[in-house]
Design a protein around this ligand. Structure first.
Ligand code: FE
Length: 360
């Protein structure tokens, strides 16, 4: 029986069982941002060095159009849209759409922040006072406008360095290409979306993203951003049989176990994200994989607490904690409390339940 090897390994390792649900993990809130040192002469962005609780993307002080310092931490807990603006651009009429969004959603928690920049086609030549007057006169802008700055190139301000860097914003990195690009930031400080200049503020795409972000509650400050928030995947056994290999079906839908030392990820050292082989839910990072010697790929924590779910498993006359995919309920393996620090947990997984997506 396949499970006998695992059972022996577990007993030898002196594993005790865990109560389901005791596997939540934490990550420290962002408190320091390395790009803050890249402040260029032209920019007004400065680190406000908040001790904790302020998301990295709001950990800056910027000057407003009147030259006063504004601590971006004041927007904590709100949905924030950061837009680089210009007065003489083909997209300048988007000010009207942005003002409409402000009218509609400010009371619900949206903050629009405009950052004038002369970076693209020299389409923002005026002074801060002239920019303010232009916005007021032509579009009745009421959302918060900041002093003229740079959002690209060597002069780019530290906030935009964070927004465009692969290191600090891996999902949406890359230079700003033109006026009126928009970055959408969730209540928890997670950068949720990026819209290029041609996506209108009143487009369905943008409205939907804003409404979804507003609907999310601000989490406690120790809660990490959830990498996966997808809806449940529910299929019949017949449907799963068509999608999965017989071995995957046996393990993932019938709670089977692959034989120890036979799985393709047991010795895998490649960097990347391990997804659920059935539904693509992101489950584990290679950064938390370790050599357990058990014959199954082992991790000391899931990518996020909400990537997986756990259930008490009393099969085989033992009480163990089963680990399933939170999205499709596929059986993945078990979790034991004989893992390495910092969690002390060992997520003992079946290779066939996983799909490694190598790091780009
Ligand atoms: Fe899944």
């Amino acid at each position: 029986m396949h499970d006998s090897l695992r059972t022996t390994g577990v007993v030898l390792a002196g594993a005790a069982f865990l109560l389901a649900g005791a596997v939540a993990t934490r990550t420290a809130a962002n408190s320091h941002n390395p790009v803050q040192t890249q402040i260029a002469a032209r920019t007004e962005a400065k680190s406000s060095a908040k001790p904790s609780g302020v998301p990295a993307v709001l950990n800056f002080k910027m000057k407003n159009l009147s030259g006063q310092d504004v601590d971006l931490a004041r927007y904590k807990g709100r949905v924030v849209m950061m837009v680089n603006v210009a007065s003489k651009c083909g997209y300048t009429p988007q000010y009207a759409g942005l003002q409409a969004l402000h009218k509609k959603y400010a009371a619900k928690g949206l903050a629009i922040l405009g950052f004038p920049a002369n970076d693209f086609g020299a389409q923002e030549p005026g002074s801060d006072a002239e920019i303010g007057e232009f916005c007021q006169k032509n579009y009745g802008v009421e959302f918060d406008m900041f002093a003229k700055t740079a959002v690209t190139g060597a002069q780019k301000n530290a906030l935009y360095a964070l927004l465009t860097s692969e290191k600090t914003n891996p999902k949406f990195a890359g230079e700003v290409k033109w006026n009126f690009e928009k970055f959408l930031i969730g209540r928890d400080g997670e950068i949720l979306a990026r819209f290029r200049s041609n996506v209108a503020p009143d487009s369905e795409e943008m409205t939907k993203a804003i409404e979804a972000a507003l609907a999310a509650k601000a989490p406690a400050k120790t809660t990490p951003p959830a990498p996966t928030k997808a809806a449940k995947v529910i299929k019949t056994d017949a449907e799963w049989k068509r999608l999965l290999t017989p071995e995957q079906f046996y393990v993932m839908r019938q709670k089977g176990t692959e034989r120890a030392f036979t799985g393709k990820y047991n010795d895998a050292k490649e960097k990347g994200i391990y997804q659920c082989a059935a539904c693509g839910n992101e489950l584990f990072s290679s950064d938390t994989k370790f050599e357990s010697g058990t014959g199954w790929p082992s991790f000391w924590k899931p990518l996020a607490a909400q990537s997986i779910a756990t259930h008490a498993d009393t099969m085989l006359g033992m009480t163990r904690t089963e680990v399933v995919c939170s999205r499709c309920d596929a059986h993945l393996g078990h979790v034991f409390n004989d893992g390495p620090q910092p969690t002390g947990l060992r997520y003992c997984m079946n290779s066939v339940s996983l799909n490694l997506v190598p790091k780009q």
